[in-house]
Design a protein around this ligand. Structure first.
Ligand SMILES: C[S@@+](CC[C@H](N)C(=O)[O-])C[C@H]1O[C@@H](n2cnc3c(N)ncnc32)[C@H](O)[C@@H]1O
Length: 266
């Protein structure tokens, strides 16, 4: 969303976060002129929200306050509809930086799933970059398309192909390949052909057995170097008065990130 739009009031058709300031609980809705929201603290008419600037207070029929915000990309991803497992924001953040996804670059991903990674890649490559997404299942393509469209409208720099990546990559000279599929080692040889020299291969996998199989394949393919695998544990802290400690609950495991860089074989 451009700067000018961000300074405008909330419009019909936009998604918003309604935040209960009492407990920071978030509710996510798309605004329609005649819609309404039934919350545990009463009803809010969409018409009350449409036309408000971000950060404004709206009140329920019982008079309780809620704050209106446009969702951040993180909030949007956490609230959007899913039909697959998604890559979570803590891992997306690391993928964007470690794989050096930058404005103007061309990324190829598989599979699109619910579109979480795709949204992060589109943010990273910007309007001058390009994202090509391979996905085998039509219903997931539809889900991802809807999720991406609701946030970004039409994305002219996104190309979705209903295609099995194990059958080969069509594009040449790609800057980045990012895989969220069960057997990425089956793509290693083709990725070495299709990435440009200096290009980066990235994979996201839930189990360490898969990571080991992938790293073996990357090491065998002599054109890959700087092979690296890690996971990220994010621990929130509870800070209230003298109670300053890690939160009792955390998501202990999501997935492993594996990276490799393409050069000439030594
Ligand atoms: C875990 S989901 C991906 C989630 C997605 N990265 C996200 O963040 O929303 C895995 C996806 O890979 C797709 N897939 C599995 N094997 C594939 C293949 N060989 N080629 C293309 N897509 C594939 C599946 O249909 C599924 O949609």
């Amino acid at each position: 969303m451009n700067r000018e739009r961000l300074s405008q009031p909330i419009a019909e058709g936009e998604s918003v976060i309604l935040l209960d300031p009492e407990d920071d609980k978030e509710f996510f809705y798309k605004m329609r002129a005649k819609g309404h929201i039934d919350l545990h603290k009463g009803k809010i008419l969409h018409a009350e929200v449409i036309g408000k600037p971000e950060g404004a207070v709206v009140r329920t029929s019982r008079g309780d306050p809620f704050l209106v915000f446009r969702p951040t990309l993180l909030q949007y991803i956490m609230h959007m509809k899913r039909e697959t497992q998604i890559i979570y924001p803590k891992d997306l953040a690391l993928i964007l930086f470690y794989a050096d996804i930058h404005p103007g670059c061309t990324c190829l991903e598989a599979g699109i799933g619910s579109g979480s990674l795709t949204l992060a890649l589109l943010r990273g490559v910007g309007p001058d970059g390009r994202v090509i997404s391979y996905e085998v299942r039509e219903e997931f393509i539809e889900r991802a398309r809807k999720n991406i469209q609701l946030l970004l409208g039409e994305s002219t720099n996104l190309e979705i192909k209903q295609r099995d990546i194990y059958e080969g990559i069509e594009e040449q000279g790609i800057d980045r390949i990012i895989l969220d599929i069960p057997e990425p080692w089956r793509v290693v040889k083709d990725a070495a052909e299709r990435l440009r020299p200096g290009g980066i291969f990235t994979s996201y996998l839930p189990t360490i057995i898969q990571v080991k199989t992938l790293v073996d394949a990357l090491q065998e393919e002599k054109r890959f170097t700087s092979i690296q695998a890690f996971e990220a544990l994010l621990r929130d802290w509870h800070i209230e008065g003298l109670s300053v400690r890690p939160c009792h609950r955390m998501v202990a495991h999501t997935g492993f990130i594996t990276l490799a860089r393409k050069g000439d074989s030594p």
